[in-house]
Write a protein of this length. Sequence first.
Length: 275
Amino acid sequence: MDHEAQRQVMVDAVREQVGPGRAVRLVRDLDADGVPVRLYQDSTVAAAPVLLYVHGGGWVLGDLTTHDGLCRLLAVETGWAVLAVDYRRAPEAPFPAAFEDIDTVIGWLRLSAHQYALDPTTVAVGGDSAGGLLAAVTARRERDAGRRLVAQVLICPVTSPAMDYPDLGNDGLWPDEMAEFWAAFVPPGVDRHQPDLDPFLADPAGLPPAIVVTAELDILRDEAERYAARLAAAGVPVIATRYQGTFHNFPRKLALTKDAGVAVAQIAAALRALT
């Protein structure tokens, strides 16, 4: 895989797939102790709750540009501030670099929140696709550190390195692509059988409420739904919705399907109910 070429392809497709971004009252690119972040604030409340957002793209692709449209809409629909993390990508910076960057941003947020009219006590984490794995693991890591988040938003998430995919015959995401992404993110010699790479290995009790969005034609569908069921069985409040007839990571592709806006509205309603 030519990573630089694929990254550019994803950026170039934004206009067609995502369309023009929604107007947001305030959008700022900031430095969170060395990690680039983008802060979206549409509300004027004095201390806004925060959705820490981790983009997808197989830990290799994706950036603040590819997910700008989704983050803008989330900020508008939720009334929450959205803090998007431009974490280091594989293979240049493989596991655990992304988690190190997320930890840095969370630490920065807790110390700097009041400077930006943010509420450091009401923080959720969200992510799509590969970012969904980063979000799910971050929720567990924060719980283990005694800093429980208020919610986790998992959009068509990767939740297992087992790569036990259904045969769906669709062109949204292919098993060989996921194999390449996993190989880039987790180099040879690194054990994938650990909770930071396989959330099924962690104790789910006490994790924050989860909003899990899946797509009927997504090879990640089954593992994500199994993970949602595991959370629910452990007593974690879960809203899990499968969108029929649609494809991997559809909520980001706002210009291609009306289901994208519906899914964002569902996520927004669930987050607003927490405040």
